[in-house]
Design a protein around this ligand. Sequence first.
Ligand SMILES: Nc1ncnc2c1ncn2[C@@H]1O[C@H](COP(=O)(O)OP(=O)(O)OP(=O)(O)O)[C@@H](O)[C@H]1O
Length: 336
Amino acid sequence: MGLFNFATDVAIDLGTANTLVYIKGRGIVLNEPSIVAVHRSTRKVIAIGREALQMHERTHPEIETIRPLKDGVIADFEVAEQMIRGFIQKVQRSWYTSIRRMVVCIPSGITEVEKRAVRDSAEHAGAKRVYLISEPMAAAIGIGLNVEEPVGNMVVDIGGGTTEIAVIALAGIVVNESIRIGGDELDNAIIQYFKRNHNLLIGQRTAERIKCEIGSAVELDPELELSVKGRDLVSGIPKIRTISSEDVREALREPVSQIAAAVLRCLERTPPELGADILERGIMLTGGGALLKGLDVLIRNRVELPVYVAEDPLTAVARGTGKVLEDLERYERVLV
Ligand SMILES: Nc1ncnc2c1ncn2[C@@H]1O[C@H](COP(=O)(O)OP(=O)(O)OP(=O)(O)O)[C@@H](O)[C@H]1O
């Protein structure tokens, strides 16, 4: 950056769970939860990202925490804009830097109205030009697939709000499936299961921790245990309970099976030549959900094709969006 050039180019992976910011020439400079804490009566922003997450669920009468994205799309425009602006301010080297170009990724299944909302939010947050790229395309580029080849690649991106499945060839998405089931849904399934079967009420963050630490899609050897704090629904008081990975797997069975079914549906709609490529190359899993233990094994058993978990699945989309930002001319064809 020259001394008199204060314009930067930015790429954003605006996710339901996490937002990552990439700055041209610097790489990923921010990775924080997509959450904002506001003052209940004045609506003034008190904290964003990690700091706001600390306040989440620790109910305070004057503070409200908001996750502005739901199911991969913007649910609260005003808060989403403030979050984008706040994150960018955090990583800018000086307050007078302006944003020239911004690449933002979006779920492949979103409507025109939802696309418009992302564009508007990015513009209001200060971007002069906004480019959109679909998440599975960004993920594919991020994990190093050559998306321009005349060869089929299948990417399954399991995020917080959505699972996006796409077959990519010749810089385009040939077939895609997008379901509004992702990590959040798995957390909810855990909460419901323990409420129904064990009279135990657990919070959202505890459910997520259970999923990440002992959650699985297939049998584990050895099976795991975790002690968690929750409220006993019979006595009404807080309790510490030890829960098993078998129970958690049972809780996750339904949503996990829906993810596998969506992969199968996408394969069924894939043209035969591209299907043959996928048979050879396998299916790549990315997004935080790809880290669920044994999910690759479960999908492999269901579809009878090789399935791999991408390296560093939580940053794949941001890395891909960043690569596109670094070379917008080359990647023009992959933009929405
Ligand atoms: N080890 C793990 N096991 C299972 N799930 C995990 C693990 N680590 C992270 N996750 C889940 O991954 C999800 C976040 O993934 P990611 O950051 O890719 O989503 P996102 O991009 O914010 O969401 P979306 O793409 O839907 O907008 C969360 O639901 C989180 O709980």
